[in-house]
Design a protein around this ligand. Structure first.
Ligand SMILES: NC(=O)c1ccc[n+]([C@@H]2O[C@H](COP(=O)([O-])OP(=O)(O)OC[C@H]3O[C@@H](n4cnc5c(N)ncnc54)[C@H](O)[C@@H]3O)[C@@H](O)[C@H]2O)c1
Ligand SMILES: N[C@@H](CC=O)C(=O)O
Length: 493
């Protein structure tokens, strides 16, 4: 069965780039196959565009910007809400596309479509609230204030692990602010981005406002970074690539938003029910097969409940089913590709060679080459790769700690600072950890922490800026100060 025959609306499956409202081949004839990570079958092909085609997308966005920014905020809101409604209407097809190209279980893919759509609704509304301010004047007979104006064309470069929501969280904010966007999705998962383009067109988003370019990632990104007409670059992906883009954008002085890697600690206090905390930790670790920037990467458990916690964790883990995300009973799909499996294997081998105990994770049970059975390691130490690196795989590492001072030091022992989890009911401990943890987001007694109202983002080498929430739209707005002089006074003098 091909991808398009699985869809109620086969026109959502597109194998072209989308520039200025047109489905576009690569002018150089280069193509790349896109594979289903669960089966290894080719789902389709995408064109690899040439540099001049990326520039043509910028030309189109430049022209379209004039009309788009001139619309009233409530007019842009209507278009965005129409886009949102179309995502809802085609939720099942979008989820099927996502599961096939990314591998995540179908219920998770449906959840991501909802999640992605929720950002469009949020920013559609937020666009109506981009208020400037009135400034009490220190200059005689003058009025001072600020206006919020769209920054200009925004380039959006996104990863494969959340192929739809990472685009809408950026694009909806930019579009609501009045900016056109050029999206470069990950080559592993382009079809979700292209389906979004098809729906944007149907929603009446004008030609040139939502563009999707495809190609060799370093080549395309270099053109986008070098292009002075692109004023903002919003990137979600690894810290390694974030650094490259930051360097490449330096000479055109772009506004940068970087949502980069994480290495989340999951801290379990001595006062919690070990079973409840272990079940929460399993959920924080294994969603999207561990390929989540928020995944619990280092699980730090108070020594007094460590053994009981490990028992419950292993028990819960053993109930997880690994397989093709299209099968209804599956909890964990495949990893994205063979290199991800190799990386996970190397991380486990490194940990075991340095003294970690492999409690679970028999890879001979893996149902296919891109699958990795969930692994549980105990006695994990800061010298191991599983500690230092974001493993981006279903590999859980547990470490025992003795007291709050130690756990704070351990949790902060990383270059990353995206998200941290804390499980304890002691309000004094909660407050201390909340302030001492060097993370952009701290979630206490809850695995779920994200959503449209949330200022999502990290500190340290996890990135710059915040997406979502009341400030997410600011990434795409400039503040223009004005001074209206020689106005005269209220008395007319
Ligand atoms: N902080 C967040 O919100 C967040 C969300 C999702 C994923 N992530 C991070 O993303 C990473 C996983 O995603 P990934 O493997 O797709 O990341 P990646 O950095 O390899 O790729 C991200 C994007 O950059 C492009 N790219 C790759 N190499 C490039 C290069 N040399 N020059 C320019 N562009 C290049 C890719 O094609 C893709 O579009 C993890 O580190 C994860 O934590 C962060
Ligand atoms: N789960 C994250 C994406 C990280 O990979 C989110 O909600 O944004």
């Amino acid at each position: 069965m091909t991808l398009s025959t699985r869809l109620s609306d086969p026109r959502l499956f597109r194998q072209y780039a989308y520039i200025n409202g047109k489905w576009t081949h690569g002018s150089g004839g280069r193509e790349e196959a896109v594979y289903d990570p669960a089966t290894g079958e080719a789902l389709g092909h995408i064109p690899l565009l040439e540099a001049e085609q990326i520039t043509a997308a910028v030309d189109a966005a430049e022209v379209a910007f004039v009309q788009w920014r001139a619309l009233r905020a409530d007019e842009r809101c209507e278009r965005l809400l129409a886009w949102h409604d179309l995502l809802q209407e085609h939720r099942e097809d979008l989820a099927i596309i996502m599961t096939l190209e990314q591998g995540k279980p179908l219920p998770d893919a449906r959840g991501e479509v909802e999640y992605g759509a929720s950002f469009i609704r949020w920013f559609a509304e937020e666009g109506k609230r981009t208020y400037g301010e009135t400034i009490p004047s220190h200059i005689p007979n003058a009025a001072l204030g600020t206006l919020k104006e769209p920054v200009g064309i925004a380039a959006l470069i996104t990863p494969w692990n959340f192929p739809l929501a990472m685009i809408t969280r950026k694009a909806a904010a930019a579009l609501a602010a009045g900016c056109p966007v050029i999206v470069k999705p990950a080559n592993e998962t382009p079809f979700s981005a292209l389906a979004l383009a098809e729906l944007a067109e149907r929603a009446g988003i004008p030609d040139g406002i939502f563009n999707v370019v495809l190609g060799d990632a370093p080549e395309v990104s270099k053109v986008l970074c070098d292009e002075p007409r692109i004023k903002a670059l919003s990137f979600t992906g690894s810290t390694r690539v974030g650094r490259i883009l930051m360097e490449q954008s330096a000479h055109t002085i772009k506004r940068l938003a970087l949502e980069l890697g994480g290495n989340a600690p999951f801290i379990v206090g001595p006062d919690v029910d070990p079973k409840e905390a272990a079940f929460a930790a399993v959920s924080a670790k294994f969603q999207t097969a561990g390929q989540d920037c928020l995944a619990a990467n280092r699980i730090l458990v108070h020594e007094s409940i460590h053994d009981e916690f490990v028992e419950h964790f292993a028990q819960r883990m053993s109930a997880l089913t690994v397989g093709n995300g299209l099968d209804s009973e599956v909890d964990l799909g495949p990893l994205i590709h063979a290199q991800a499996v190799e990386k996970a294997s190397a991380i486990v081998d490194d940990a075991v060679s340095r003294g970690a105990k492999l409690v679970m994770g028999d890879q001979s049970q893996a149902p296919g080459p891109n699958f990795f059975m969930p692994v549980l390691l105990t006695n994990v130490t800061p010298q191991m790769k599983v500690w230092k690196e974001e493993n981006f795989a279903p590999v859980a590492g547990i470490t025992a700690y003795a007291n709050d001072d130690e756990v704070i030091e351990l949790a902060n022992d990383t270059e990353y600072g995206l998200a941290a989890y804390v499980y304890t009911h002691d309000i004094r401990r909660i407050w201390r950890l909340l302030r001492a943890l060097e993370y952009g987001m701290v979630s206490v007694n809850s695995v779920k922490m994200t959503g449209p109202p949330v200022p999502f983002g990290g500190v340290k080498q996890s990135g710059l800026g915040r997406e979502g929430g009341a400030t997410g739209i600011d990434e795409y707005l400039e503040t223009k100060y004005y001074c209206l002089g020689a106005l005269g006074s209220v008395s007319g003098s």
